[in-house]
Design a protein around this ligand. Structure first.
Ligand code: GLA
Length: 387
């Protein structure tokens, strides 16, 4: 892939003199959905698919961007003076947002760059193609200009860019999973204080299979921000009666004790999901550590039901993929992953069932939804690297 991206750089910008090649992964979340902005736990991992970038430092403040995924757009030009926060202004908003965020954090980006990107994560699929571009950009800026930032800082800067430049109120999960990725490990992260531990993903005789619904989703135009504010209101209501910092501070029992403080039925269900999902995530990681993959799978299934019924972020495409997956023998667990409303499902499937999984879920999906899903048998990979 490196050769392809470097060749493209040369083709687009005339020569590749002084250009370097980088990679940042995509991510999939195994369990712990819509908990990261509620002070709960998440359990994502970085993938071996992601974003490749060839980049060259310039002597002036110009920015020239090109994406192999959006070839029709050609070269998009800008400059470090033109970094203006705006919602939904195209893919260059992600690298621009990170350059802007470094400046906001007191690290002025001194020179522009030429950048060619190619992502082999399907765009808008819920595998965090945008966070991947953000972390890639931060990693390149650190390499070019020697900014003293850790990978964890890169995650926080990426989230800051997403929240304040792109105006999407996302949590820290995606950027953290990508910046801190570790081969064959998922990250058990407590978003309340960013403490984390790596947990080996040793799925003997099984693999992680991602099914993309091919229903496109943009966080900006989704109901993501609405869910987030419903949780904030529910939290404020609960704080009238119990001392907590986030919904993640509650276990199920304490939640049930105080739930009547939440004044709307819808908000009660939203908060219930956040609380129960957090507890499920803690339990799922314990199960994995105890080598109880079957229990891990059951908790994934319960996560799906909660996201479908209480949080209402699935939709017919994701529900169909999961419900068809559940019918297949050899599927240990299956659920939607990421923000929802489209995007992907994640399933743990026994090796011998993978072919029939892809065939049967694929057929049933196409018959019901009218277009095909795509399937990826994925591996858990490292964070960003220079190639
Ligand atoms: C998106 C956001 C994350 C997280 C998930 C839902 O991926 O970027 O911060 O909230 O949705 O778990």
């Amino acid at each position: 892939m490196k050769d392809m991206v470097m060749r493209k750089f040369q083709e687009v910008f005339g020569d590749a003199e002084g250009a370097k090649c980088y990679f940042a992964p995509g991510r999939v979340n195994l369990i712990g959905e819509h908990t990261d902005y509620n002070g709960g736990h998440v359990f994502p991992c970085a993938l071996t698919i992601g974003t490749y970038g060839a980049a060259r430092r310039r002597q002036d403040n110009r920015l020239r961007f090109y994406s192999v995924n959006f070839e029709k757009l050609g070269v998009i030009e800008s400059s470090l003076e033109e970094l203006v926060p705006s919602k939904e202004a195209g893919w260059t908003n992600y690298p621009k947002g990170v350059m802007w965020a470094f400046g906001e954090k007191g690290m002025q980006v001194p020179f522009g760059m030429d950048l060619v990107l190619y992502g082999n994560i399907p765009n808008g699929s819920g595998l965090s193609s945008s966070a991947s571009v953000e972390i890639l950009t931060g990693y390149i800026l650190r390499d070019f200009f020697g900014f003293e930032v850790s990978n964890q800082d890169l995650a926080l800067i990426g989230q800051y860019a997403e929240n304040n430049f792109n105006k999407v109120n996302c949590g820290i999960m995606d950027q953290f999973a990508i910046a801190m990725g570790k081969k064959d490990n998922a990250i058990f992260l407590d978003t309340a204080d960013l403490s984390f531990e790596y947990a080996p993903i040793t799925l003997e005789g099984a693999k992680i299979v991602i099914a993309s619904s091919n229903k496109k989703r943009g966080l900006g135009d989704s109901k993501y921000n609405e869910r987030r504010s419903e949780c904030e209101t529910a939290l404020a209501e609960l704080q009238q009666v119990v001392e907590i910092k986030g919904l993640g501070d509650l276990d199920e029992e304490t939640f049930e004790k105080y739930v009547s403080a939440i004044k709307s039925e819808v908000r009660r269900r939203r908060a219930k999901h956040a609380v129960y999902e957090n507890q499920r995530t803690i339990r799922a990681v314990e199960a994995l550590k105890a080598n109880d993959v079957a229990l891990f799978g059951k908790l994934m299934n319960a996560s799906q039901v909660s996201l479908r019924d209480d949080y209402e972020v699935t939709g017919i495409e994701l529900d169909t993929l999961v419900e068809e997956a559940w019918k297949i023998e050899g599927v240990i667990g299956s659920r939607m992953t990421g923000a929802g409303f489209g995007g992907c499902t994640v399933s743990i499937v026994k090796d011998e069932a993978i072919d029939s999984f892809i065939e049967n879920v694929g057929k049933a999906y196409e018959a019901k939804i009218g277009y095909a899903a795509d399937f990826y048998v994925v591996e858990v990979g490292n964070g960003p690297v220079t190639l």
